[in-house]
Design a protein around this ligand. Sequence first.
Ligand code: HMG
Ligand code: MG
Length: 292
Amino acid sequence: MTQKSGKAVRIYEVGPRDGLQNEPGFVPTATKIALIDMLSQTGLTHIEAASFVSPRWVPQMADAGAVMAGIAPAPGVIYAALTPNLRGMEAALAAGVREVAIFASASESFSQRNINCSIAESLARFAPVAALAQEAGVALRGYVSCITHCPYEGDVRPGAALSVSEALFSLGCYEVSLGDTLGRAVPQDIDRLLAVLLLRLDPARLAGHFHDTGGQAIANVDVALAAGLRVFDSSIAGLGGCPYAPGAKGNVSTTLLARHLESAGWVTGLDLTALARAEEYIRLKLKEGAGS
Ligand code: HMG
Ligand code: MG
């Protein structure tokens, strides 16, 4: 990696959503709120706080509205939420959410398992969500899952991730986050993928969302940094996974990522001590919950 001292990298915290959606038990609403409030004091500018998805599909996110209502919004922090359909978008707007994310997949099988429709159907379903976001002046982010590997189909072609990314940009996403949902990608996979994507897409509008199952997430971040990406999703305490990607571990840990970036001369603006406090808090709460 080329070190570029003084260069800013934005860390997009997804732990309260990607992390807690995958916990075996329901994490109490008050714990979620306390975690988000602690994360709000760390210098993070973006926290994905909840998911307005079907509680039948992801019961852990059933309290999205209560979470959004309970947090103490900090100035300069954006609290985002996933919205899979118009119903989720309407609920997110009612809860005062100012940034939403639509989530598609580069693999047909994962799309079916995760959101119960084909890729094309998902994009059609996102169109009214995107229109409503625009009308309401709400920022729209996009995810592409299974950028290199799918839990059900194996290897995924770079071209598939490219076409879904382009479709998400056409819907009005300001940024598309590239999800290694399974956490199986190695740096060569990310290199090969970005070589194709960056023929058509601006790296300044892409984010890396690397799960860390194979312990390669930091190495994948380095490859993406070298290719020009400057936004990375991470999860406090490395929590998480996707209930529909069996075996996937959490996103790269926020503290690990921040420390790695800072030591390589990048600027994250994060308070590592405050992050460590939030990490300790949620670890303890989850341990207590597991024991009860
Ligand atoms: P469906 O079953 O096809 O939809 O699910 P439906 O319209 O038939 O609705 C089923 C039930 O859910 C109905 O309730 C609806 O009312 C209700 P019932 O009548 O059976 O009691 N419902 C809702 N309730 C609340 N909010 C809503 C909503 N929509 C329907 N918005 C659907 C389709 C998309 C809803 C479902 O598949 C779903 O919610 N999927 C979400 C799965 C999910 O959240 N996965 C994890 C997030 S993605 C991820 O982690 C990857 C990512 O991190 C990137 C990466 O790592 O790659 C982003
Ligand atoms: Mg994820």
